[in-house]
Design a protein around this ligand. Structure first.
Ligand code: UD1
Ligand code: CA
Length: 428
């Protein structure tokens, strides 16, 4: 995208309507924060600089942004007090010096696609010196949004905030989505001219396009899909946006050959890799970072948490939770089990109700299970531990920590001991 593009993300607002102590932009959404999604949009433009306007919970917001984009030229500007979206850009003015163009994003629009943003920037570049490109959308229910007013010829005239609208203006269904690309020099000239003479006594960024039109400079509007324009102001909007984002993630997997039997009950975060031919059955939750090979089966009712990796053909079934668990090819854990901090080899069967007791109350410990192991139903394996290749545990066995099993041995009982021939018919 060339040089001298600055992206400004407005994230100082309190998010009062979320009724939460957490800054709104840190709300979780399919494995990232709201801010994480917005930073990814900004990053896709490959800008020279990203400026975040912060305020409420600013330290946490800054920490999150730095963790997400450690190599980016990030600038943070504190807006205190918060006198409106135009004021937010005014306080960032020091970071906009020399910028050829400035893209402004609101911190709560997770569904905006990078391609839409790229298109906006291209439109602004084409519109030339002094121009502004902004995104608008047509809404069946424009309540709460700024309305877009057009002149007799249909050209853009101004944005009027809902609280400043006349009854007639309120009927307009074209709304401002809150995404803009400004010519940098013109923005620097216009910013100090903003006035706060409006219903909220705030400095509105939305006055800038109207000012440009009055000065005879081009203002281009670009249609944005309504879904992409959804902002998050309340928890129910967060749920609505989460659902749309979830469908996008699931569709990507389905397009790549992953069978998802019931998208409505399947929760897969961003950043999950799933091989083709794998089947994901209903009521399954898969968190960020999980890697699933080809030809696996997961669910119904499975929970795969951080650090889980399934090799090709592995199967995890109902009421089984995996955390930091690596399962080898063709290994099965089909029922009612907890696999925490585990490395399991290939072709192993984990019986129903197996618990990897990884936590001793202070620290987490690792369990290694080899290839071709048979773990009997209801086995508890206290970590750290190792169940070597070809070993077997009897139903209900409790392996105490560092049990010392050798390959191929059969251990039974509580606490589990190596089975002697006199113990009976054999545990396998
Ligand atoms: C804004 C637009 C409205 C548009 C709508 C789209 C203005 C004046 N109005 O209204 O035309 O239809 O978004 O969703 O811009 N923020 C700051 N500092 C402030 C105020 C806000 O950083 O002083 C940040 C907020 O954290 C938020 C964003 O700016 O991320 C938008 O603010 P918000 O109060 O949600 O604006 P809306 O009333 O929704
Ligand atoms: Ca908003």
């Amino acid at each position: 995208m060339g040089t001298q593009t600055t992206v400004v993300i407005l994230a100082a607002g309190k998010g009062t309507r979320m009724k939460s102590t957490r800054p709104k932009v840190l709300s979780p959404l399919c494995g990232k924060s709201l801010l994480g999604w917005v930073l990814a949009q900004a990053e896709a433009l490959d800008p020279d600089r990203i400026v975040l306007v912060i305020g409420h919970g600013g330290e946490a917001v800054e920490a999150e942004a730095r963790a997400l984009l450690p190599d980016r030229d990030l600038r943070f500007v504190v807006q205190e007090p918060q006198l409106g979206t135009g004021h937010a850009v005014q306080v960032a003015a020091g970071e906009l010096e020399g910028s050829e163009r400035v893209v402004v994003l609101y911190g709560d629009m997770a569904l905006l696609r990078a391609e839409s943003l790229q298109e906006l920037v291209e439109e602004q570049i084409q519109a030339g010196v002094g121009s502004i490109a902004m995104m608008t959308a047509c809404s069946l229910d424009p309540t709460g949004y700024g309305r877009v007013l057009r002149g007799a010829e249909g050209g853009f005239a101004a944005i009027v905030e809902e609280r400043d609208c006349t009854d007639e203006q309120r009927l307009v269904d074209e709304v401002n989505t809150g995404v803009y690309c400004f010519d940098g020099a013109a923005l620097r000239t216009d910013l100090p001219q903003l006035s706060s003479e409006n219903a909220q006594s705030e400095y509105y960024i939305t006055d800038l396009p109207g000012m440009a039109v009055e000065a005879g400079r081009p203002v281009i509007t670009v249609d944005l899909d309504l879904e992409e324009s959804l902002g998050v102001n309340t928890l129910s909007q967060l749920a609505e946006v989460r659902w749309a984002m979830q469908m996008r993630i699931l569709e990507e997997h389905m397009d790549a050959g992953v069978l998802i039997e019931d998208p409505a009950s399947t929760y897969i975060d961003a950043g999950v890799s799933i091989g083709a031919g794998t089947r994901i059955l209903p009521c399954t939750v898969i968190r960020s970072g999980v890697v699933i090979g080809t030809g696996c089966e997961v669910g119904p009712f499975s929970h795969l948490r951080v650090g889980t990796q399934l090799a090709p053909g592995a199967e995890v079934g109902n009421f089984t939770e995996c955390k930091n668990a690596i399962l080898g090819a063709g290994t099965k854990a089909k029922h009612l089990s907890y696999l925490g901090d585990a490395e399991v080899g290939a072709g192993t069967n984990i019986g129903a109700g197996t618990i990897f007791a990884n936590y001793d109350g202070q620290a987490k410990h690792l369990t290694r299970v080899g290839d071709g192991v048979f773990v009997g139903s209801g086995t508890t394996i206290v970590a750290p531990n190792e169940v070597p290749d070809g070993a077997t545990t009897g139903a209900g066995a409790v392996l105490t920590r560092d049990s010392g099993m050798a390959p191929g041995e059969v251990w039974v009982g509580v606490p589990a001991r190596k089975m002697r021939p006199s113990d009976g018919t054999g545990a396998n």
